[in-house]
Design a protein around this ligand. Structure first.
Ligand code: MSP
Length: 632
């Protein structure tokens, strides 16, 4: 059997997933299902990237240990994938032993063969991004990537000899046009490789960051998060552990990624594999960005689109269809409430949903819900049938070329053609005239078309197509063969229409004002209800004692008076406050946060602070309210 191994990036668990993450995962699921329908044995891998500074910081901010934080956040990802009907074959977390054990072995192997060496480093470092920069990389003295402060570092570290493999990689990219796709990204990588490649710093001293895989040859250091995470693509299928299984799947057919992570995947990763003497993957495919109207989606702009919201508002299959139809793979796409509304109403409600309801309704009305036997086909019937015969191959070809939006377009074109066929053949007139034989044929041809076209949409809309199969009482296997074959809809089936498959969604008025668009836009985000807010017990507290926790990077232990009750809090503020400065302040505390143990101390609540790019300041009260006062 032909195999198909595809992966998504491993998502960082510093925050919950948004439209961009949902998109890549839906794309992988759709490709996986199309390949299963085409008879491939598929291995679809996704998971989470759990080490490194980003995650350690996110945990500290929440007053959790990194382990607790990851365990909680990974569940949010898994729950969303379930909601989105994602059927992955494996979910890997980079904190799992099956992964870290093999990462250690790979590091040791590269160290033993001299591809990892120790050297001193002096230069600029962006702590939140964990990236090193040279003086000339900096923009206004700040990180060129995220615009945040950088610090000057001079330290010993371990380096991976990437430069040694630069020529090999250039040749590999040139000789294998499919290796990095689309071509814009391939050219970007060739441009990047035209300059001398620096060796990659792959260690972080434990004293600065302990949340990572320890280097097996020097436990004073942990492994750089990207070096650890990329290896998941081989650790999950069993590299060095289950050789048969690994050899069955590797090389991966597709690594699906977003365009922002092309360098790590197109340069670091193939060189890591080459050094390990493992074949490179077949294709690294980078999709574009989802833009909100025309701007980048970002937390600071407050325009992050929540996939949960889209599912609740539009339905899971409708959202999946929109995501796949709207983005031409490789290019950016724009999300707006209008674009999703229009797409659902046009393609699904007007075309496909309408086709399904009118056919089933006519069979009900004219044939007492029983699928009739077809008479002889005329030229027009034959032509419709012939077009549908060719459709499955065309669809799979477009899918294999990563032109999913065009594959869907050709399916919907076939839906429109069938709708037109019904209009040309006017079954309602045939019924009036009593032309039973022709009526039976037109009804059967239309219904059989509906069955075949519906199956082709299964990878994108699995729930709705299952529902359609229940309406038509069909249970043929879900594969391309069943789409190709004519006549699998059995005469005599009793059809039903429980409900409309795709109700229209609220149409926007064409002359909307700017403010209306903005209002609508806001609706897409996650709102907190008053009920949810009421659950928070926020109170004023006075800091009685404060002490810096030795051996931690940023923690201060506080004793606070919450109005007659003394509690201990641990806060990650040592970068911004001296412990002494905090004593006597009336601060604001979330008193009913689940207690968490941080570096051995139980923290019973969380103080609130405001953060800008440069600083963090405590929230205090305007006036003299006693400790214990409630904040509403
Ligand atoms: N952890 C790394 C990947 C390691 S893979 C071994 C990472 N994680 S991420 O969570 O930040 O991003 C995951 C993916 O989401 C990336 O492919 C990124 O391109 C994608 N997206 C993030 N925002 C996006 C949009 N606005 N639109 C589409 N995808 C975008 O990077």
């Amino acid at each position: 059997m032909k195999k198909f191994y595809l992966t998504t990036p491993l998502y960082y668990v510093n925050d919950k997933p948004h439209l961009g993450h949902a998109y890549t995962t839906i794309l992988a699921d759709v490709l996986s299902r199309f390949h299963k329908m085409a008879g491939y044995e598929v291995f679809f891998l996704t998971g989470t990237d759990e080490h490194g500074q980003k995650i350690a910081d996110a945990a500290e901010k929440k007053g959790r240990t990194p382990e607790e934080h990851c365990d909680e956040t990974v569940e949010i990802f898994k729950a969303l994938w379930k909601k989105l009907e994602i059927e992955y074959d494996d979910f890997i977390r980079t904190t799992e032993k099956r992964h870290t054990d093999v990462v250690s072995k790979c590091l040791q192997k590269l160290y033993d063969k001299g591809d990892i060496y120790k050297s001193s480093y002096s230069g600029w470092y962006c702590i939140p991004d964990e990236r090193f920069w040279t003086e000339k990389d900096l923009v206004d003295g700040k990180c060129p990537d995220c615009g945040r402060e950088v610090v000057h570092l001079e330290e010993e570290n371990y380096f991976f000899r990437m430069s040694k493999y630069q020529d090999w990689l250039i040749n590999h990219v040139k000789d294998n046009p499919d290796f990095i796709q689309p071509d814009t990204r391939r050219n970007e990588i060739l441009g990047f490789l035209s300059k001398p490649l620096n060796d990659l710093c792959i260690s972080r001293p434990q004293k600065r960051l302990s949340w990572g895989v320890p280097l097996p040859f020097d436990p004073e250091y942990v492994c750089y998060v990207w070096f650890d995470a990329l290896l998941n693509y081989i650790t999950a299928p069993g590299y060095l552990v289950k050789e048969n299984e690994f050899n069955k799947w590797w090389p991966a057919d597709y690594h699906l990624i977003g365009k922002d992570i092309v360098t790590t995947h197109g340069v670091f990763w193939p060189i890591m594999l080459k050094a390990l003497e493992v074949q490179p993957p077949k294709t690294i495919f980078a999709h574009g960005w989802w833009l909100i109207e025309e701007t980048k989606m970002s937390k600071s702009l407050g325009n992050v689109v929540s996939p949960e919201y889209l599912v609740t508002k539009f339905g899971v299959d409708q959202f999946r269809y929109f995501a796949m139809r709207e983005m031409a793979l490789g290019q950016d796409a724009s999300f707006s409430p209008e674009s999703i509304t229009d797409r659902i109403n046009m393609d699904l409600a007007n075309d496909f949903g309408n086709l399904a309801s009118r056919i089933i309704t006519m069979i009900k009305r004219y044939r007492n819900s029983v699928v009739p036997e077809s008479g002889a086909l005329n030229k027009e019937d034959e032509e419709l049938k012939r077009n549908a015969n060719e459709l499955p191959d065309r669809v799979f070809e477009l899918v294999s070329q990563m032109k999913i939006h065009l594959a869907l377009d050709s399916i919907i074109a076939s839906v429109r053609q069938t709708n037109k066929y019904i209009e040309n053949n006017t079954p309602w007139d045939l019924a009036k005239k009593g032309d039973d034989e022709r009526l039976n044929t037109v009804l059967y041809v239309s219904a059989e078309m509906l069955r075949r076209i519906g199956l082709l949409l299964f990878p994108v809309m699995p729930n709705k197509i299952k529902q359609l199969r229940e309406f038509l009482k069909t249970d043929e296997p879900i594969n391309f063969e069943s789409c190709r074959e004519w006549g699998l809809l059995k005469p005599g089936n009793k059809v039903s229409l429980e409900e409309s498959l795709f109700p229209r969604v609220m149409m926007e008025s064409p002359q909307k004002t700017e403010t209306e668009i903005m209002e609508k836009q806001k609706e897409i985000h996650d709102y907190v209800t008053f009920e949810e807010f009421k659950k928070l017990d926020i109170r004023i507290a006075e800091v009685l004692k404060a002490e810096r926790m030795e051996d931690t990077k940023n923690l201060i232990k506080l004793e606070i008076d919450l109005g007659g009750e003394t509690r201990t809090l641990v806060a990650g503020l040592a970068k911004y406050y001296q412990a002494d400065e905090m004593v006597g302040k009336r601060i604001v505390v979330l008193a009913n946060l689940k207690p968490a143990r941080l570096h051995g101390t139980l923290s019973e609540g969380m103080l609130l602070a405001a953060e800008s790019k440069e600083d963090v300041r405590l929230l205090v009260v305007d006036g003299d309210l006693p400790p214990g006062s409630q904040v509403h």
